[in-house]
Design a binder for this molecule. Structure first.
Ligand code: DAH
Length: 315
């Protein structure tokens, strides 16, 4: 019997033998029924045989079930060496990619990220930035005005005002965001992006500004050395104001940013004493930086959201 059980290979056959042994008229059932005629020793032997047989059935059942499971798993095995159909994978848009890189670099320099609304009020976009109504510098930016007197933010400089108003000084912050002006050609669109930086503390100087700009450009463009040209300029919210040109790979000068020492009026407008605190601010063109880094010539394609163009440009 023991041998017989061991040689069974299917659950059906095992079940059949089990019924023939332990079923209503099974061989073991019959023998157990006659047990009363046996002496003690024979009874004990029969009991033992009964228990061992049942265990043997159970063991064989487990073994067969396991074999079935393993055979099933073997059949399901995936052939991972088979070539898969090519898959279209998305990538980050160059604006997003540059946003991540710029934020990473500025944060590593200790600048804290801030945001502000794209529909901005006159105070944050102009007046607090030392550009009161009728100030001629308002003409530097062709503004989209909204019927209620608000504007589409023309510059991320508005974010520095919000940051100083909410957190005071000392402050080391940056903001990246969309800005809007009425202009349209190959290098200008009505919607573009800017990066704003601000560092105000007790003894911040123009050389700190230039050092940070240089370090930032080196990291962002992955250049060993950057050659800068610092030109005097005018912005109502900085004094002195500068413009920074970067010597590009083709030896041409690229106008890359505006910056300067924050005007005392701007600090006063944010409730900060300019005799105690001073510092610098800078503003980059976000699109400009991304176009240069990824070698993309036309801003309109760049912001056009045409996936064919993005693919052809390597994104
Ligand atoms: N807001 C200026 C612009 O849109 C850029 C700029 C210049 C920002 C100088 C600054 C700065 O913070 O100090 O042209």
């Amino acid at each position: 019997m023991q041998e017989q059980i061991k040689n069974i290979n299917t659950l059906e056959e095992l079940q059949a033998l089990y019924t023939a042994t332990f079923g209503k008229n099974g061989t073991m059932t019959m023998r157990l029924r006659e047990m009363k005629n046996l002496d003690n020793k024979a009874r004990a032997a029969l009991n033992l045989e009964n228990t061992e047989l049942r265990e043997l059935f159970k063991t064989r059942q487990n073994e067969i079930e396991n074999e079935i499971l393993i055979a099933g798993l073997k059949k399901q095995k995936l052939d991972v060496s088979l070539n898969a159909a090519p898959e279209n994978r998305g990538t980050l848009h160059p604006m997003t990619q540059s946003l991540v890189e710029i934020s990473f670099i500025l944060e590593s320099f200790g600048y804290k990220p801030y945001t502000g609304p794209e529909i901005e009020d006159d105070w944050h976009n102009f007046t607090a930035l030392n550009t009161p109504a009728h100030h001629p510098a308002r003409d530097m930016q062709d503004t989209f005005f909204l019927p209620n007197g608000n504007v589409m933010r023309t510059q991320t400089s508005a974010i520095q005002i919000r940051a100083m108003e909410s957190d005071g000084v000392p402050i080391k912050m940056f903001g990246i965001g969309s800005t809007y002006r009425k202009e349209m050609d190959a290098t200008h669109g009505p919607m573009f992006g800017q990066i704003e930086g601000l560092y105000i503390d007790k003894d911040i100087t123009m050389s700190d500004l230039i050092a940070d700009i240089r370090a930032f450009l080196k990291r962002f463009f992955e250049m060993d050395e950057v050659v800068l040209r610092i030109r005097p300029s005018f912005f109502p919210f900085t004094d002195p104001s500068i413009e920074v040109d970067l010597k590009w790979k083709n030896d041409k000068w690229l106008e890359i940013m505006g910056a300067g020492m924050v005007h005392p009026n701007v600090l006063r407008n944010c409730g900060i004493n300019p005799d105690e605190y001073q510092g610098f601010a800078f503003g980059f063109g976000w699109d400009r930086l991304a176009m240069l880094k990824y070698n993309l010539p036309d801003l309109r394609d760049f912001r056009g959201n045409d996936i064919r163009w993005l693919k052809s440009a390597g994104f």
